[in-house]
Design a protein around this ligand. Structure first.
Ligand code: ADQ
Length: 457
């Protein structure tokens, strides 16, 4: 089997790297003698023009470093202050700066040079996420004809939004140099086709093939997932290790787990919970919301704002409702170990996953996988998470509609055990049928069967 070369912004670190993507790709990397390439996370004054081996680990890893300026402009600037907001429908939060775009392109060009030097003719490349959109374009310029696939972990932009980008047309041309583009959901595939047709006048040959000039690219929905069986076992084992106060509490526990990001809908969620408490005084002291949300992308203005907004709201709701023995919201601002998280999901009666826009949302899948099959909790899920396309047995909500979410919280808290089990069983079966191993196999099989590039630019 040909080698798999996986490229992502950050390389999985530590001797035992974990996380969904690593679990999905470790075996195929190991079996094919493949390599994972990504940034080390270190900033240096003069980055080398060659990749550096990271010793140990279950597969070969090669890292590159960035300068502090590149980190600020390629990562903080164009990636997180233009692409991330626009891909999530928040053109209003874009911070356009031509120098950031120039550095984004130059970092991708350098990664392409380093990669080209190590490629063998039949290697397959799998590029991950919005930090690396131009990578295939830059590789083709260097004459690389290998099969190159790309997976976007975020949603795709709608045509109208793409027009607000500083370089929407250029982005279309970058994407056309891949052989296969994987998106999270069918609605993203529809948006992809419509955006490329509107902005670049690309021709949609069928739902899964698009042509622009001499280039054609295959596109499909490959909903990412988790290893549901492994996560279920982990949750069962970890539940018993939780503090007694959580396991034996007679109070209903609702849980939210998110990076502290404006796409995750935390203010809307808190407002809905506040409204629920206002309407249902009989639930006071009988329910609490545990919200775990570690800050990410510190130093970017939009992230400072969302932190302030959520803290103020949580404080206000607690101030209005708490008494000596009860605070309705517990807000934890740090990452929680994966094992503890698994146990907490199982202890929770309701999972609140209400992003305003999300590529997939793995928390929704983890919450379901962690449940006790005999007495499962209920998932409340936003229509705007990619996961909603597969998880129709969750209680689907519009996160903007405070009243609807408040009403749904009551429905979840009072749902009969038979109904909870029925919904859980269907959701869990879906997760077992299409887990993260299915995801990586489906993408790589399709990549291998795309026609090989005949000539490079
Ligand atoms: P994220 O935006 O990070 O990922 P999500 O898929 O929900 O969103 O979470 C990724 C992982 O982070 C989950 O495994 C979760 O357990 C973990 N996590 C979240 N909060 C945590 C916390 N407080 N402590 C510890 N762990 C925490 C992006 C896209 C998503 C897409 C994924 C995968 O934005 O839409 O589902 O990539 O493609």
């Amino acid at each position: 089997m040909s080698r798999l070369i996986c490229v992502s912004n950050r390389i999985p670190t530590g001797p035992n790297p974990s996380g969904g993507l690593v679990v999905a790709l470790a075996d195929v990397l190991d079996e094919t003698g493949g390599i994972w390439v990504g940034s080390s996370g270190d900033t240096v004054i003069n980055p080398a023009d060659t990749l550096r081996e990271i010793e140990g680990g279950p597969f070969r890893r090669l890292a590159f470093d960035l300068t502090a300026d590149e980190q600020a402009r390629y990562y903080g600037g164009y990636s997180n202050s233009v692409l991330w907001p626009i891909l999530h429908g928040r053109a209003d939060l874009m911070q356009i700066a031509s120098e950031d775009l120039a550095v984004y392109k130059s970092v991708n060009r350098r990664i392409a040079r380093m990669l080209a030097a190590l490629l063998q003719p039949d290697d397959r490349l799998w590029v991950h996420d919005f930090h690396l959109l131009p990578l295939a374009y830059e590789l083709r310029v260097l004459g690389v004809t290998n099969r190159i696939g790309f997976f976007l972990h975020t949603p795709f932009t709608a045509p109208f939004e793409m027009a607000a980008m500083p370089n929407g047309l250029e982005m279309c041309h970058w994407l056309m140099r891949y052989d296969l583009i994987g998106l999270q959901s069918d609605r993203d595939v529809r948006k992809f086709n419509a955006s490329l047709a509107a902005v670049a006048e690309a021709e949609v040959l069928d739902d899964h093939m698009i042509r622009l000039g001499r280039e054609t690219v295959q596109v499909g929905a490959y909903p990412i997932s988790i290893d549901a069986e492994e996560f279920a076992n982990l949750a069962e084992a970890q539940f018993h290790k939780l503090p007694e106060g959580i396991v034996k509490s007679s109070r209903a526990l609702m849980i939210g787990v998110d990076r502290l990001d404006y796409t995750k809908g935390l203010p809307q969620r808190f407002r809905a919970f506040g409204e629920f408490l206002e309407r249902h005084q009989d639930w006071h002291r009988k329910v609490s919301l545990l919200q775990i949300a570690p800050p990410t992308r510190d130093g970017l203005k939009a992230y400072d704002t969302i932190r302030e907004e959520t803290e103020t709201l949580a404080g206000r709701i607690n101030g209005a409702n708490a008494d000596l023995g009860w605070a309705p919201i517990r807000f934890i601002h740090r990452p929680i170990p994966r094992e503890t998280l698994a146990g907490l999901y199982r202890a929770a009666h309701v999972g609140l996953v209400t992003p305003l826009m999300d590529g997939m949302n793995l928390v929704a899948k983890e919450f379901v996988a962690a449940q006790n099959p005999a007495d499962p909790g209920v998932l409340i899920l936003s229509h705007f998470a990619g996961a909603a396309e597969q998880m129709e047995d969750a209680l689907l909500v519009n996160p903007h509609d405070t009243e609807q979410v408040a009403t749904t919280i009551l429905t979840a808290l009072t749902m009969a055990p038979g109904e909870r089990r029925k919904r859980y069983e269907r959701l869990m079966q879906g997760l077992l049928d299409r887990d993260v191993h299915w995801w990586s196999r489906a993408f790589l099989d399709d990549l291998s069967s795309t026609p090989a590039a005949e000539d490079a630019a």
